[in-house]
Design a protein around this ligand. Structure first.
Ligand SMILES: [Zn+2]
Length: 178
């Protein structure tokens, strides 16, 4: 059995068009990514959707057909089974820090701290911070507008009050004259 176009499309959409190992997207790389057999076909893996991962060319190239064959062989992180946060911590400088043996091995095999990828993570972080600040700024402008509106309404109320006050005084004075 081979991977049909339909399966490929399913894997692609399921992964949200991003490499499930390193997170780069089709838009980042300017093209579609590859489909990887987590358990390589050459080592007995099948074409089940559960064994297929959307994977960038680099990660696929570094992963090759790794599969633990001896009891002491380290396991590779399976992004379909566990979230990245189980094995890695993303540091402020854009590098990944491994939290587990699987994390350390995966980091080394797939070179998840390769410089362009670190730069990519940093840029993504900056963009997220930029978006956060922009949203905060927009909310602040909205609050200011609301304050201005309330201030205008208050001034209008005050003007009305003054008008009524002078009408009242005028009334009092006219009664006194009578
Ligand atoms: Zn990748």
């Amino acid at each position: 059995m081979t991977i049909t176009d339909q399966m490929r499309e399913q894997v692609r959409q399921r992964a949200n068009f991003a490499c499930e190992y390193c997170g780069v997207t089709e838009t980042d790389t300017g093209g579609q990514l590859t489909v990887d057999h987590f358990h390589p076909r050459s080592k007995g893996g099948d074409d089940d959707l559960d064994n297929l991962l959307y994977c960038c060319v680099r990660c696929n190239q570094y992963k090759l057909d790794y599969w633990p064959t001896n009891p002491n062989d380290p396991e590779l992180w399976n992004p379909r089974r566990e979230p990245a946060t189980t094995h890695f911590l993303e540091l402020d400088d854009g590098t990944l820090y491994s939290l587990t043996i699987t994390g350390t091995f995966t980091l080394r095999l797939l070179r998840l701290n390769r410089p362009p990828l670190v730069a990519h993570r940093l840029r993504k972080g900056y963009r997220a911070e930029e978006m956060r600040l922009l949203t905060r700024y927009r909310n602040l402008v909205k609050s200011l507008e609301e304050i201005h509106r309330q201030k205008a309404a208050l001034m209008e109320e005050q003007r009305q009050l003054l008008k009524e006050q002078s009408a009242f005084i005028r009334l009092l004075l006219s009664q006194k004259e009578e």
